[in-house]
Design a protein around this ligand. Structure first.
Ligand code: SF4
Length: 431
C-alpha cells in the first residue's frame, strides 16, 4: 500500500510522523512523497492555537482535493480533542487518538506491528538522507506533561509525563548516525522533565551524557525546554562541541503578574538567572523563546513590562502566539479576555522585536567562520548550486557553490546578513 504522511505543528509531531514512516516501511508499505500517489494518508494534527486547528483542517481538505479516493486517517491533538469536527471533514475515514498513536499502523490495516517500540530496521536498510529526506532527525524522548499551565491544551491532549528508556533512545540515535543523519534533535512535550516519571531529577542531563558518549552523531540539539527543572550543572554539557549552541526556553510572558495567571513556574528573576548561567557557559549561544500576545487580563502596563523584559533578554528569535482560548483550559474561563484587535497589535509589535533581535544576533557573526549543516539545494546559481543550511547556533545560511552540499557539514565564512539569515562563502582555509 502507498502511504502519504503529513503533519502540522511542533517538532514532536514531526518526530512522530518520522517514526510512523519507519513503521509503515517495516510493515512492508511504501511511503510516497505526495497525496496523489497514496492509498492511505495520515495527518498528525495540532490544536495548540485556533490557527493550528485551521491549518490541520486545511491540510486534510487539500489532501482530499488532490486525491478524493484516498482514505484519510487523522491523529494528533486536534483529532484527539475534536473528533466530531475532524470526522466531518471530507475523506476522513478514521480518527486515531493520541493514546492509540503508537498502534496506528496495526489499527489502520490490521498488520502486526514490530515487537520493538521503535523499529530501526528501515533506517539500516535505507541509509543516506533519512525518512522524508531530512538531514536531521527528530527523536521523541518523552510525551505528556505534569504541569497545568492555564492556557495549555497539550496536557489535556497528551496526558501526563512518560519517558522512553534511555537505552532505547541511544540505540535509535546510533542507528540514525549509521544511516547518515548528521543531527539528532531531542523532542518532547516537556523535555526537561525527562526521567521525572522514575524519580530522576537530572534525567535529561544523564540522557545527553549517554548519547554523547555512546553515539557518533555529529550534532545533537535540544528542542524546547521549559525554563525550570535545569540543574546548575546542566550547562556544563556544552563543553562537548557536538551539542548545538541553541536553547529554546519558552517564557510566554515577561511580566510576573501575567506569568502567575498563566501558572508558569518561572518569573523575571529566575529566568534572568537561568539565561545568565547559560550565556556564561555557552559562548555564541542562540536563545529563542515563545511569547503569547494578549493573554487574558494582560493590561497595557503588563504588556509593556513584558516587552521590556523581552528586550533585556535579547532573544535571537521570538515565536509569537496570538492568544486563542482553548476549550477546557482555565485561561478560557478567565474574565478580561483581551480584544482580538489588541492581541493582533501586540503580536505585530512582538514580531518586530523578533526581527530586530535576529538581525542583531546575525550581525555579530559577519566575517566569522562557522560550520554549517547543509540541508538542501534551493536552486541554481552562477557558481552552480544554491545551498541552504544551519549553523549549530541556528543561523540560516545560504551559499552558492560548485557542488550540492546536502547532508554534509562544511566550514564557511559568514559574510552578510540577509532577510532571514546570512549569506556565506567558502572559507579561505577550505580552498
Ligand atoms: S509546561 Fe508546557 S506542555 Fe506543560 S502545561 Fe505548561 S505549556 Fe503545557
Amino acid at each position: 500500500m502507498n502511504v502519504y504522511l503529513d503533519t502540522v505543528g511542533c517538532r514532536l509531531n514531526q518526530s512522530e510522523i518520522e517514526t510512523l514512516a519507519r513503521r509503515f516501511r517495516a510493515a512492508g508499505h511504501t511511503v510516497v512523497p505526495s497525496a496523489a500517489e497514496a492509498d492511505l494518508c495520515v495527518v498528525n494534527t495540532c490544536a495548540v492555537t485556533g490557527e493550528a486547528e485551521r491549518s490541520s483542517r486545511s491540510v486534510i481538505r487539500r489532501i482530499h482535493r488532490d486525491n478524493p479516493g484516498a482514505r484519510i486517517v487523522a491523529t494528533g491533538c486536534y483529532a484527539h480533542l475534536s473528533p466530531e469536527r475532524v470526522t466531518a471533514l471530507p475523506g476522513v475515514a478514521r480518527i486515531v487518538n493520541n493514546l492509540d498513536k503508537d498502534r496506528l499502523v496495526s489499527l489502520v490495516n490490521g498488520a502486526a506491528i514490530p515487537a520493538e517500540p521503535f523499529d530501526l530496521e528501515p533506517l539500516l536498510r535505507e541509509p543516506g538522507n533519512g525518512a522524508l529526506g531530512r538531514t536531521r532527525a527528530f527523536v521523541k524522548v518523552q510525551d505528556g506533561c505534569d504541569n497545568r499551565c492555564t492556557f495549555c491544551v497539550t496536557t489535556i491532549a497528551r496526558g501526563s509525563n512518560r519517558c522512553r528508556p534511555a537505552d532505547d533512545i541511544v540505540r535509535e540515535i546510533q542507528a540514525l548516525a549509521a544511516a547518515g543523519y548528521q543531527e539528532a534533535v531531542l523532542t518532547g512535550v516537556h523535555l526537561g522533565s525527562y526521567g521525572h516519571d522514575h524519580g530522576e531529577r537530572d534525567g535529561l542531563l544523564h540522557l545527553v551524557q549517554s548519547i554523547l558518549a555512546q553515539t557518533d552523531v555529529p550534532r545533537l540539539r535540544l528542542s524546547s525546554l521549559e525554563p525550570w527543572d535545569l540543574s546548575p550543572r546542566f550547562f556544563e554539557l556544552w563543553a562537548n562541541a557536538r551539542l548545538c549552541r541553541h536553547l529554546h526556553l519558552p517564557l510566554q510572558s515577561g511580566c510576573d503578574a501575567t506569568l502567575r495567571r498563566m501558572a508558569r513556574r518561572t518569573d523575571q528573576a529566575s529566568f534572568r538567572a537561568l539565561v545568565g548561567a547559560a550565556r556564561a557557559a555557552i559562548p555564541d549561544l542562540a536563545l529563542s523563546t515563545d511569547i503569547i500576545a494578549g493573554f487574558p487580563g494582560e493590561t497595557d502596563a503588563e504588556f509593556e513590562a513584558s516587552t521590556a523584559f523581552v528586550r533585556e533578554m535579547d532573544f535571537m528569535k521570538l515565536h509569537v502566539f496570538r492568544y486563542s482560548a482553548r476549550k477546557g483550559t482555565a485561561a478560557a474561563r478567565m474574565p478580561s479576555q483581551v480584544p482580538a484587535r489588541v492581541r493582533k497589535e501586540r503580536s505585530a509589535r512582538l514580531l518586530a522585536l523578533s526581527d530586530e533581535g535576529a538581525r542583531r544576533f546575525f550581525a555579530r557573526f559577519a566575517g566569522r567562520d562557522m560550520p554549517v549543516l547543509w540541508e538542501q539545494v534551493t536552486g541554481a546559481s552562477e557558481a552552480g548550486f544554491r545551498n541552504t543550511g544551519l549553523t549549530d547556533n541556528y543561523i540560516r545560511v545560504e551559499m552558492d557553490a560548485p557542488a550540492a552540499l546536502t547532508n554534509t557539514i562544511t566550514r564557511v565564512r559568514l559574510v552578510e546578513v540577509t532577510g532571514q539569515g546570512m549569506r556565506a562563502v567558502i572559507a579561505p582555509a577550505a580552498w
